[in-house]
Write a protein that binds this ligand. Structure first.
Ligand code: SF4
Length: 479
């Protein structure tokens, strides 16, 4: 159990895959004996404690290395294991208290699994040797803050940011050029855009899928296809996108980190233009804990959503693979991310969102919003961070068909909570609950369309595709 780390459980440390020489094994044992109790270290071999307020983020079951997922519970616990605090919330709290919030902005690399379970102190000693031990000691103990930071970074940043990653806290604007999709073109022109989603087929047939696409197509700019939402298998997003394209409709291809490896991501990205996909939305994906039984591995992502954005941006803008190889014919993509404005503290969400924008997100689709007034707090935080003008924001809106769905969203869907007054309205509506749900959605649309910084809506139909026409028409958004 960790001494100064505010979490209930310290997960077991990793072991190396290969047998290490005796000296390194011994050093690794000493390292875990010290860093384990002090920081909750799991011996990931790719240490980044200096950037995470000296709390090991590897305790997060998803292995998120760049901030929290969108699923923190209202009590700030982890939705994968509700009996413990979200480790990223703990990191944020400590960083906030010590005035080191801005350090959380650095885009951190995925694990190099060759190093997992091995010691990192040897790397530190070698790097101090390269810098010069005298220079290191005098820099660290100098009274000058800048020289202290530079000396510290000359050792620790070099270790946590290997050459194949070189992450930073800077904004990397997209390469200037014409819009690559209709969605991007309309957003750039200042149009208030409507996107929606169509539920992927549960079997291999495409008849219902095609009908649903036809139902919503006249009213929206683009249709999203989720990647096994709620961790339940359905037709793949790529298959649904192909059906949409064949039916002259622009899709948004969603890809979840949950089922994606770094090699798989890069191969998939290179194949998208070949079938006409131009819009990509990178999401962490719901954890298997809320999915179908038997539950698959709940414990670790190969890459998180920020890392996905960083990798895809470098592919589309610079034509490089993660391993540094260059390639010709860069994919043309409009790159998006999901955000969950109310998942935790708006300050923490804004840090995570700025990180996604810096990493490459050009547009956001938010989680479902039922309390639009609360959005102002989050928008203010983004504005303070000077990123509101660097991303297009589509607000997630859903028509509630009945009280059961309202309660399901409120209690089971990570990052979504319905205000008491909405639940009461749905309850009081009785037989007319679906009409009440439509009125609630229209009120949300009416409120968000007047907000500065909001560029459109994303209607999550919850399998009620036929309602899109009414929502678009009655909200006055029909073109
Ligand atoms: S809520 Fe998300 S980020 Fe926080 S510990 Fe759980 S899985 Fe990790």
């Amino acid at each position: 159990m960790s001494g100064i780390k505010p979490s209930r459980r310290w997960q077991p440390a990793f072991y190396p895959f290969k047998k290490e020489p005796f000296g390194r094994r011994l050093l690794a044992k000493v390292e875990i004996c010290v860093k384990g109790p002090l920081f909750g270290c799991r011996m990931c071999g790719n240490c980044l404690l200096q950037e995470t307020a000296f709390i090991c983020p590897m305790e997060c079951p998803k292995g998120m290395r760049n901030g929290p997922c969108g699923g923190i519970t209202p009590g700030k616990n982890c939705y994968v294991d509700e009996t413990r605090k979200c480790i990223w919330y703990a990191i944020f709290k400590r960083a906030h208290k010590t005035g080191r919030e801005e350090t959380l902005l650095e885009v951190l690399p995925p694990l190099d699994w060759n190093k997992v379970g091995t010691e990192t102190w040897g790397d530190v000693v070698r790097q101090i040797g390269k810098v010069g031990s005298g220079k290191f000691i005098s820099g660290i103990f100098s009274g000058d803050k800048q020289s202290k930071t530079e000396t510290w970074n000359s050792v620790f940043k070099t270790i946590r940011q290997p050459d194949w990653w070189n992450g930073d806290s800077e904004y990397h604007p997209p390469v200037p050029g014409d819009p690559v999709s209709d969605l991007e073109r309309r957003l750039r022109s200042g149009e208030f855009v409507i996107a929606t989603e169509v539920t992927p087929s549960l079997g291999a047939g495409t008849e219902k899928l095609k009908n649903d696409i036809e139902t919503v197509k006249p009213y929206v700019t683009a249709i999203n296809f989720t990647d096994s939402s709620s961790a339940r298998p359905k037709m793949s997003s790529i298959g649904c996108c192909k059906v949409a394209i064949d039916n002259n409709t622009e899709p948004v291809f969603q890809i979840a980190a949950r089922d994606t490896t770094r090699a798989g991501l890069q191969s998939t990205i290179l194949g998208l233009n070949a079938i006409g996909i131009k819009n990509v939305l990178c999401v962490s994906g719901d954890n298997p804990v809320i999915g179908a039984s038997p539950v698959s591995n709940m414990n670790m992502l190969d890459i998180d959503s920020v890392q996905m954005l960083w990798i895809v941006r470098k592919m589309k803008d610079e034509g490089v693979y993660l391993d540094g190889r260059n390639f010709k014919n860069k994919p043309e993509l409009f790159l998006g991310a999901a955000t969950s404005p109310f998942a935790s503290d708006p300050c923490l969400q804004a840090i995570k969102d700025q990180k996604k924008i810096n990493a490459g997100a050009q547009f956001f689709q938010t989680n479902l919003i039922f309390d639009p007034e609360k959005l102002d707090l989050w928008l203010e935080q983004l504005d303070k961070r000077n990123v509101l003008n660097k991303v297009y924001i589509l607000v997630g809106v859903a028509p509630l068909k009945n009280l059961k769905i309202a309660w399901y969203l409120h209690t089971k869907v990570p990052g979504v909570s319905l205000p008491e007054k909405i639940l009461k309205r749905m309850e009081n509506a009785g037989e007319s609950a679906s009409e009440e749900g439509v009125q609630i959605a229209l009120e949300v649309i009416d409120s968000v369309k007047r907000k500065q910084g909001i560029n459109g809506i994303h209607i999550m139909t919850l399998s009620w595709e036929s309602i899109v026409e009414r929502l678009v028409t009655e909200s006055g958004l029909r073109r």
